[in-house]
Design a protein around this ligand. Structure first.
Ligand code: ADP
Ligand code: ZN
Ligand code: MG
Length: 493
């Protein structure tokens, strides 16, 4: 039978605040266990939390980027539950007044062969503290509280998605957005972006079904796989006349299937109540101004604009603008080329260097595209190479050589080309003389060429012409502009 499916995501992102959300501890990932802790995040009695305003600002920036409204008053609640990774036995979170409300994003693109264009409503974004980390090794369980109290933003969608592909695209778009905003590194393996995926199916028109929550999805691909698996599993149950059990399931990446983890009692009661130790936060005009100032041109808009502005295809720009740093580098270089004629061709050449040589260099050196600024190559240098190449002053081969030099040691391409005498010869008189000398010296070849032309043997004629052009270029020490040599030669034979 045909069913309608409903998918809603709950995405947690670690905000890149230097310190934790309610204390001054360092929030960096990867330190020695239990070194980034203090009485507040260890939940000692009698200590007082204090809101990290930077976490609130980053949270509100994400909210704005997701078209959410920020309420006039926003506060925190205690969410009570007992678990060893929660030192206080409650988590400070937001319940009644999330900092971002009623937003949406437009999913746009193609994923796994599916064309997608869909509005997904964002129910809310709320700020909370992360829990510690439990590590189970054999019969021992270890606890690392470095993560306890790290700023966490939870983004909750309405169940507006229908396929694993849409959910994966949502995560990818969100990840790119928060990286552009500089508020999260989006690293799913390290857990700085975590997604829980809720899914149900039902007969068309019957509304939401019984929801299953999938956890343990530490890559966007697993989100897609788990959801598509789950939609299939639930359909089989309904086809067989069974019902779907409302439960939490885990994705088992070794068996490519979801497996039951726990049955969720009807709506857990966390006994939320307002956190008495933190005042209500009232975003004032000055605060909201800093939020607006943190907004950048968002990736989806930027990719569209860049494709149009530089006449490049969407696929290329999608790669070049995946990271904001690289997109910035590209646009600075493009601007510095400064060609009036042939700008479009120059942008294509520039894009090819980004997708080819520069990417290759980054990969070879184990560098992320975000580190493009740390290269010895700078936008002005790159622009110089492209400009000289497009003006015909250097050959594409020389351009590549100079690019390699700049990647290795930096420098000024004009100076490098001048010093090595690599500029192409484009003086017509000089080239004409070289061509005439070659034609005089190669009388037999010239005769062959004429014969080939008379016989209409185009293949042989073009290979003989190439031979003569090669000789003429060699006579100039390899420096004559091949286009001009071809042109002048063509006028003579
Ligand atoms: P809970 O109270 O169990 O946390 P919420 O209403 O807060 O549930 O929703 C959590 C997530 O589950 C949201 O992303 C929401 O869109 C999604 N969701 C809720 N009900 C369903 C359903 N029946 N089918 C699919 N997704 C659902
Ligand atoms: Zn602390
Ligand atoms: Mg919920």
């Amino acid at each position: 039978m045909n069913y309608q499916s409903f998918i809603g995501l709950e995405v947690h992102i670690h905000l890149l605040t230097k310190s934790k959300v309610f204390c001054k501890c360092d929030s960096a990932f990867g330190a020695e266990p239990n070194t980034h802790v203090c009485p507040v995040c260890m939940g000692y009695p009698g200590v007082l939390p204090a809101l990290n305003i930077e976490a609130m600002r980053m949270g509100c920036t994400v909210a704005r980027a997701l078209n959410c409204s920020i309420p006039e008053r926003t506060w925190f609640e205690r969410k009570q539950y007992f678990y060893p990774d929660m030192t206080k036995n409650y988590q400070i979170s937001q319940f009644a007044s999330p900092l971002g409300q009623n937003g949406y994003i437009i999913l746009e693109g193609e994923n796994n062969g599916q064309k997608i264009n869909k509005k997904v409503r964002i129910k809310e974004c709320h700020l909370e503290e992360d829990a510690g980390k439990m590590i189970h090794t054999g019969t021992v369980s270890l606890l690392d509280y470095n993560r306890a109290g790290v700023s966490l933003l939870e983004i909750v969608t309405e169940p507006d998605m229908e396929t694993g592909e849409e959910a994966e695209l949502f995560i990818r778009q969100l990840r790119r957005t928060v990286r552009y905003l500089g508020v999260c590194d989006g690293n799913m393996e390290e857990g700085s972006l975590r997604a829980d995926a809720n899914v149900s199916i039902n007969t068309p028109g019957a509304g939401l079904g019984k929801k299953v929550e999938c956890k343990n999805l530490n890559s966007s691909r697993f989100v897609r796989l788990a959801l598509n698996y789950e939609i299939g599993r639930q359909a089989v149950r309904l086809d067989e006349g069974k019902t779907v059990v409302q439960e939490t399931r885990l994705w088992n990446e070794n068996r490519d299937q979801t497996e039951p983890m726990r049955q969720k009692e009807n709506a857990q009661d966390y006994r939320y109540f307002p956190e008495p130790d933190l005042p209500v936060f009232t975003p004032d005009a000055a605060f909201l101004k800093t939020v607006d100032e943190s907004l950048v041109e968002l990736p989806q808009n930027r990719i569209k604009r860049m494709a149009q502005q530089y006449g490049l295809d969407g696929g290329q720009i999608d790669i070049i603008a995946d990271e904001k740093e690289e997109a910035d580098f590209f646009e600075e270089s493009a601007k510095a080329i400064g060609l009036k004629d042939g700008a479009e061709a120059a942008y294509k050449t520039l894009a090819n260097y980004f997708l080819g040589d520069i990417r290759g260099y980054l990969n070879k050196n184990g560098l992320d595209a975000r580190h493009i600024r740390s290269l010895n190559l700078k936008p002005a240098g790159l622009a110089g190479i492209v400009r000289m190449q497009e003006e015909g002053r250097i050959s594409s081969k020389t351009a590549k050589k100079v690019l390699e030099m700049l990647l290795a040691d930096g420098g000024d391409p004009e100076a490098i080309v001048a010093k090595n005498n690599w500029e192409q010869i484009r003086d017509k008189g000089t080239i004409e003389k070289a061509v005439n000398d070659v034609l005089a010296a190669e009388a037999a070849t010239l005769a062959d060429l004429k014969k080939a032309k008379d016989e209409g043997n185009a293949k042989r004629a073009s290979s003989l012409t190439a031979f003569l052009a090669g000789k003429a270029i060699a006579a100039t020490g390899g420096r004559a502009d091949p286009r001009l040599v071809q042109e002048i030669l063509a006028g003579k034979v």
